[in-house]
Design a protein around this ligand. Structure first.
Ligand code: SAM
Length: 267
């Protein structure tokens, strides 16, 4: 594969146009949608609520929200790239193409604003989070879910190649502006913005990362990052071959990154 330039700071590395991006996003939604929805229901999600999902990806969570807000509520799905959202737009599911770092969310009267696996990527994450807070009504909820990559290199049996490739992926992400420890900071960030009733939930899963059997995130993520990893000189093609072989040995298990879900209420 031809090497490309290392990522520039502020570059969102996970291009929606990558040939398997839909498959990669499906692997995320399959693992995390049920918990996200449960958390929203725990905040009171019900008929009539006006909700927004920022960085909505495939829109699968937005579609689940639509089922709960009924005909009197609404769901807005926002993304810088709406290729997966446009086909599911409807009267009750509005799709908005917007780079939220360039144009903040309008101040509003939402009952719930949600963003999963978005803010950790954005160097302008503080400003975007502030605009999310302003977009909800008094008493409305902000729910932010982001990874904390603290568990990401943990694998059994121990594997140097897994550690090397995962550390390289984290280095490339950091260079592009991703905060790999963002998840753990969410409770204090939401509190600092004046939100009340701040509550947090963190969980990981022990998984095989086989692309066809198990959770394919690692293989897909590393596939997508391969040009950047090689360009940065952090791994060799042989490392990547060994990494893929590891996930087809039928025995190795790892922890997915820790998902931190944190919610707070606007006074
Ligand atoms: C890792 S995906 C997560 C998708 C979805 N929230 C999920 O958890 O399945 C991040 C999403 O954020 C979108 N995104 C990245 N930068 C953005 C920006 N500046 N403004 C709006 N959306 C953005 C991407 O296009 C992508 O759909």
């Amino acid at each position: 594969m031809a090497p490309t330039s290392p990522p520039a700071p502020n570059e969102y590395l996970l291009d929606s146009a990558w040939h398997a991006e839909r498959e990669r996003l499906n692997s995320l939604t399959g693992l995390y949608d049920a918990r996200s929805l449960e958390l929203c229901l725990g905040l009171g999600l019900t008929e009539g609520w006006r909700c927004a999902d920022i960085g909505a990806g495939t829109g699968s969570l937005a579609q689940a929200l639509v089922e709960h807000v009924g005909t009197t509520g609404s769901v807005l799905a926002v993304d810088a790239d709406t290729r997966f959202l446009d086909p599911i737009a409807s009267e009750r599911l509005e799709v908005l193409r917007r780079d939220v770092t360039a144009e903040p969310l309008p101040p509003g009267a939402l009952d719930l604003v949600h963003a999963r696996l978005l803010l950790e990527h954005l160097p302008a994450r503080d400003a975007v989070l502030e605009s999310m807070v302003r977009s909800v009504r008094s008493g409305g909820w902000v729910l932010v879910e982001d990874f904390d990559w603290v568990t990401a290199a943990v694998v059994d049996p121990p594997s140097d190649v897994h550690e090397r490739v995962v550390n390289a992926a984290m280095a490339v992400f950091r260079q592009a502006g991703l905060d790999i420890g963002y998840g753990r900071t969410l409770p204090r960030r939401l509190t600092a913005l004046g939100l009340t009733d701040v509550r947090t939930h963190a969980e990981t899963a022990q998984v095989q990362a086989h692309r066809d059997r198990g959770v394919p995130q690692w293989e897909l993520l590393v596939d997508q990052l391969t040009p950047a990893l090689l360009a940065a000189g952090l791994v060799t093609p042989a490392d990547l071959d060994a990494f893929h072989a590891l996930w087809h040995d039928g025995a190795t298990v790892c922890f997915a990154p820790l998902m931190v879900s944190c919610a707070g209420r606007r006074p």
